[in-house]
Design a protein around this ligand. Sequence first.
Ligand SMILES: C[S@@+](CC[C@H](N)C(=O)[O-])C[C@H]1O[C@@H](n2cnc3c(N)ncnc32)[C@H](O)[C@@H]1O
Length: 313
Amino acid sequence: MFSYRHAFHAGNHADVLKHMTLLAVLRHMTQKQTALTVFDTHAGAGLYRLDGDYARTSGEAAEGFLRLLAAPPPLRPTKVNQHSAADAATSAPTALLLQDYLELVASFNSKNSQRVYPGSPFIIQRLLRERDRLKLFELHPTDTKTLGANIAQLAAGRQVAVLQEDGFEGLRKFLPPPARRALVLCDPSYEIKSDYARVPAMLADALQRFVTGTYIAWYPLIPRPEAHDVPRKLKTLAVKAQRPWLNASLTVKNSKLTTDAMGEVQRPGLPASGLFIINPPHTLKAALQAALPQLVQQLAQDEHAAWAVESGG
Ligand SMILES: C[S@@+](CC[C@H](N)C(=O)[O-])C[C@H]1O[C@@H](n2cnc3c(N)ncnc32)[C@H](O)[C@@H]1O
């Protein structure tokens, strides 16, 4: 069984990028009347404690979501294609999307404490209408149990289903969805090297079954060729299917390995991550272009911090 537990990583900079983008996509998709089905192929436990042992041991939320809270704006105006942390000007309001994300997370907490961090299942469920459906796949037995217990508290009935299944495989049987509207979030841990190939394989199959669905795939940006292959392969898929796509990334620090005084190689932890979206809402690019420079400013750990948004189709 996997050793990856998302509780160590909840609220880190990758979660901030992913959950903020997920929120933007859902806000747009829930504007249409027709029922929506959302699939979270790698759901995790659903809710996390930022003051619990896992989060405190890793300290990742402190460099992500908690850092956003601790350093509220001075935020700077953002220019399109202005991609580094060093770019700055005078003060400006928080980007709407960033504000929306901060308010959403705050709504899971009481006024003076930010101890709870919602994972993707809870962010999604919060935005659904009664007619919408959510299917959550999670393989880890402990996390499936926790997820099931967390979801049960919502008393959401048939709206939300927790499936202890392989999400890469399980998605197939649901596509196309009855109302022909779906969002798929594919957020593996990449603990197993085959995940790097399974993400594009799953999306290739999904596009064949349901070409108009919206697909969001998260990937780490680390010094491994397979990681860089993920967005490259997804772009090829989108282009071949003649569908619009968007690729966004957030870097918080240098990705180079360093050597400490004892000659030991030090890994930098996760320096950057990206999201590849097929059939993104037309509003997403502008929303990210406004929010990402502000994220870079607040989450930068060194001068390598940067953002990028590329789109096509
Ligand atoms: C990055 S975490 C998910 C975080 C969650 N999407 C969020 O944003 O809150 C990845 C999860 O996928 C689970 N997992 C790993 N391989 C899986 C598979 N093939 N199918 C379903 N779940 C899997 C892991 O146990 C882990 O909980």
